[in-house]
Each structure stands twice: as C-alpha cells, then as structure tokens.
Design a protein around this ligand. Structure first.
Ligand SMILES: [Zn+2]
Length: 266
C-alpha cells in the first residue's frame, strides 16, 4: 500500500495540474459563452441578422408581436418585436433603403422572417370559424372559412425561409405612412399589385378587368403610383413581388430556398 501511494505521488501532482487546467479551461469557456449571450445578436440563428442592425434607417412595426393584426392576438413565436432576415436579404434591403432616403422616404417593416410555428398559428386560427374579432378591419368582404381554401392563409409561408419581407413607405415630409390605398394584410383583391393598373407598365387604368369586390372599391392614381414606387425600388435591388400583395417581396436569389425555419423571433 505504501509503495502504491508513493508511486502515485508524482502522478498525483501531474493529475492535479491537469485537473486545474481543465477547471480553468471550463471556466474560460463558460465566460466566453456568457459574454456571447449578452451580445446583441445572441439569439440569432446562423446566417441571420436583425433588421435594426442591418438597416438602421428602417422603421419597425412588427404587427405579429402586437395584437393589431388579422387575428387580434400576439402570434406564436414572436418573442420580441425585432424583425430578422437572412444576411443576403438584409443587405439588399439596405440598398433599397439607401436609395429611398434621399427621396424623403423610409422603409417601414411589418414582418420579415416568420417562424413555422407562427404559420401554424394562422392555420389553427383559420379553422376556428367563431373567432372573427378583426374581420371588419382586415377581411370584411370575405367569409373567414374561405381564407385557407382560397390561399390567403397557407400551411407554409415563404417568410419562414428568411428572405421575405412585408413593408411599406414612410414619408418624412408628411410624417405619415405613404397612402397605398389599403392596409398591410388586407385580404382581398384590392391588395393585388395589378388593382386599377398595370404593374409592368406602371400605368394607372382605374379598372380591374375580371375582378370586382362587393364594395366596388378602387384606388386612385396616386395610391397606385405609391405602390409602384415601392415595387420598382424593391425589384431594382433583387427582390421579386407576388401578384396578391403589394407589400410582400422575396429576395429572388434567396440563400435557403428549401428550408422552413422555426427559430423564434427574438
Ligand atoms: Zn408577406
């Protein structure tokens, strides 16, 4: 036993050094991780940025963090009102903003990356026919039961791929949002970019062949021109539009075209 102990002594010294070295390294690692967690971007998934950091001139109004949206509740997965985008989409959006600022406009962001769990929330809500709290503001002409079958709400959203943004223009001279003749998330034909005009030629016609609404609503030529201004600058910097929502654009060369992320917005 004595022999055994004495043979252990030098080794014990070495082992003890190793032990303290391990402890030191572990402590350093914990410090590094906690320092990282306190950083501004601690909650971002790889490849994403906060819009506030990438486009500091933008005005942020994350509607799905508030209750002012078509459901009337905070949407699942929106833990902070901080829109996120892929680095590539954010860089393109910065170029859009930089072009509009000298013209007196700022971008106002309603939504950007949207977690899959938020889209699931939309779908669950759409199947509950009784909850129509926000109908008069966002879908007065539509029966709620058609929202899912007609594609206003879908099981997957391009927003979950991280390179899609919903936005409008803010006019610094009037101190107001630019008049687009309709609100973000208005479910109806009036939201289509070709409502009352041709988005290819930018010509206002005041007509909407093949499309009508129960209320017969129109937008005027100034409202149409405002939609076209937003559209033309977004397209110039690499975004593509959809034919149903004047406020919705996706980076044409998006980095994750097949991935639907579920990180919370925070
Ligand atoms: Zn959208």
């Amino acid at each position: 036993m004595k022999e055994y102990l004495s043979s252990l002594l030098p080794r014990r010294g070495f082992a003890s050094m190793k032990h303290w070295l391990c402890l030191f390294l572990a402590a350093a690692a914990v410090f590094a991780v906690s320092a990282c967690r306190t950083g501004a971007d601690a909650d971002l998934p790889p490849g994403f940025v906060h819009v506030a950091e990438a486009v500091p001139d933008a005005i942020l109004e994350v509607r799905y963090y508030s209750t002012y949206n078509f459901i009337g509740d905070r949407i699942r997965g929106y833990e902070r009102p901080v829109p996120m985008l892929t680095v590539e989409a954010a860089e393109a959006l910065k170029a859009v903003s930089d072009e509009l600022i000298p013209m007196g406009y700022r971008l106002k962001i309603y939504d950007a990356y949207r977690p899959q769990r938020a889209v699931d929330h939309f779908v669950e809500w759409s199947k509950n026919a009784d909850d129509t709290r926000m109908k008069q503001y966002f879908y007065p002409d539509l029966d709620k039961t058609v929202l899912f079958p007609q594609g206003y709400i879908a099981a997957k959203s391009g927003h979950s791929r991280g390179s899609t943004v919903d936005l409008t223009l803010f006019d610094m001279r009037t101190e107001k949002e630019v008049d687009m003749g309709g609100t973000f998330d208005w479910f109806g034909r009036e939201s289509h970019p070709d409502w009352c005009g041709n988005p290819e030629t930018k010509q206002y016609t005041g007509e909407f062949p093949g499309k009508t609404t129960p209320a017969g609503r129109k937008i005027n030529e100034f409202q149409f021109a405002n939609r076209m201004l937003l559209r033309s600058v977004m397209l110039k910097h690499g975004f593509k539009p959809v034919d149903t929502e004047w406020w919705h654009f996706t980076l044409a060369d998006e980095p994750y075209p097949d991935t639907y992320f579920d990180y919370p917005v925070k």
